[in-house]
Design a binder for this molecule. Structure first.
Ligand code: PGA
Length: 297
């Protein structure tokens, strides 16, 4: 199996952490790192997924900074932003956004009497390009089934959000050997009948590795990457999903700057979903720089 090079996708999942103060400091730190190493940061795709209430604030900060950055690089080439029309500037801002943003969940519904839920439509309006769905903390704490996740995926992708689908087995399933079937079932029942889906990021996050400091061995991650890949190929052959579906596979669960390189070097691993270590900007920036140097050609 040969593979095309993809920019590593590095995602910060802040879960229910952070505050406006932490956010500002974190963003300042991120922008500083970006300016000092902008060439390296261009080699990766970075995404931040904060609590929903922080999204608007974070997006405006990132947009302001990105616009300033664009103006500065234009000035260096003797261009002026006033010479561009609004559409071109919007396009540039999407392409050149210093860090992209995503939500940690969304409703399967677009609007209506769903107190406490957040519509994918409003997430897109607030600047989200991505949404994490099926995280084990939502599956466990909110009883989310594969069926519900499948509905959320359809709704999110119809509203221009790219889906980061989390899958992963319990320790019990790993120990009794049922984990391979468990993973296949999760994928098939979440996206198995969604021909309109054009891309998906599947995050393998074994539940026993999240927040525990324990991570699977490299060959165990590789085995799951192959299962994911084969399951997607199977769905394509059965014509249950589009044959052009673009698949990226990432790993999550106790990732830090010590283990990031070795995980990213595993075949088919296209990126990382990072919880605890993403809250510390120095640690997160370190992981970004390590990721920018991975060369799997
Ligand atoms: P962790 O969380 O990095 O703190 O283990 C990862 C996740 O749950 O996405």
């Amino acid at each position: 199996m040969s593979k095309q090079y993809k920019k590593p996708i590095i995602i910060a999942n802040w879960k229910m952490n952070s505050s406006f103060e932490h956010c500002e400091l974190w963003l300042d730190g991120f922008f500083n790192n970006f300016y000092q190493n902008s060439q390296k940061f261009r080699n990766i795709t970075t995404i931040i997924c904060p609590q929903a209430v922080l999204l608007d604030f974070i997006d405006s900060e990132i947009m302001d900074e990105s616009l300033e950055n664009i103006e500065q690089s234009m000035a260096e080439h003797n261009y002026k932003i006033n010479n561009f029309n609004e559409k071109d500037i919007d396009r540039l801002l999407i392409d050149e956004k210093i860090i992209k943003i995503g939500s940690q969940d969304c409703s399967p519904e677009l609007e209506g009497s769903f107190t406490g839920d957040i519509s994918p439509k409003i997430l897109y309006e607030v600047g989200c390009e991505f949404v994490i769905l099926g995280h084990s903390e939502r599956r466990i704490n909110h009883n989310e089934s594969n069926e519900l996740i499948s509905k959320k995926i359809i709704s999110a992708s119809k509203n221009n959000l790219k889906v980061i689908l989390c899958i992963g087995e319990t320790m019990n399933a790993r120990e009794n050997g049922s984990y391979k079937q468990f993973i296949k079932d999760q994928i098939i029942s979440s996206i198995g009948n969604n021909k309109d889906l054009s891309s998906i990021i599947i995050a393998y996050e074994p539940i026993w590795a999240i927040g525990t400091g324990r991570i699977p061995k490299n060959n165990e991650i590789f085995e799951i990457n192959e299962i994911i890949k084969m399951t997607i190929d199977y769905l394509k052959k059965q014509e249950l999903i589009s044959e052009n579906l673009d698949l990226s596979i990432i790993y999550g669960g106790s990732v830090n700057s010590e283990n990031a390189k070795s995980i990213l070097e595993i075949e088919w691993t296209d990126g990382l979903l990072i919880g605890k270590s993403s809250l510390d900007i120095d640690e997160f920036a370190k992981i970004c720089l390590i990721s920018s140097e991975i060369n799997k050609q």
